[in-house]
Design a protein around this ligand. Sequence first.
Ligand SMILES: [Fe+2]
Length: 227
Amino acid sequence: MKVIVNYGDLGSGIDLKELLRSFGLVHITDAEFTIDEFADFAKNLGEPLKTEKHTSNEFVQMVSHDGLFENGDVDWHNDWSYGRGSYYGTVLYNIKGGHLADTTFCDMTKAPRKLKDKYRGKMGEYFPPQRLQSNCFTEKQIKILKRMQVRRPFVQHWQGKELLYCSLGTINEDFPDIREFAEQNSHTHKWKEGDILIWDNMRMMHKRNSFTGERTLWRVQFAIGTK
Ligand SMILES: [Fe+2]
């Protein structure tokens, strides 16, 4: 599910945290933030993750054609699947060329009971894909991630809803039936100038296709919710 908010209406009593909790995906149109304003905006959503790579502000990551994730296909995944702490919130701001690649989402609270029942009680193991390791992480971070090897249950209760969690691009095997559900129940966002998307990564699995050209988005990951 998605809700749309106009940038001009921010600050007039709209509770973005509540909208995020209700819908899982919030679309803000026509934003005009500087990078520091954007970092402050993200801080109001939740405690932001500090980053050491691809930043010009200590909280803002540069997602670009020649940096984080580069320009290849990015398979279905949930951000922070292999991370520790509760940095399940992502806010992504189209700075340049967002339209070159759509972002496609699947709300995993909508997975059918049959699929949830099949995977109930099973655990998944998560780790960054090999090709992202040098671009997205420092050596120190990779060592920590290898040591901790995050495990997560497939079926979880999250903010009053039951969801099926399976970050297909970062789990240790493939699950064709979950992939098929995601492909058939997806929502594609076509980026426009000034667009910001905020989403809950416990709930919204997403992917992006490859592209050519120059594309830059600013990203902040932030902590949300508790079970
Ligand atoms: Fe992502």
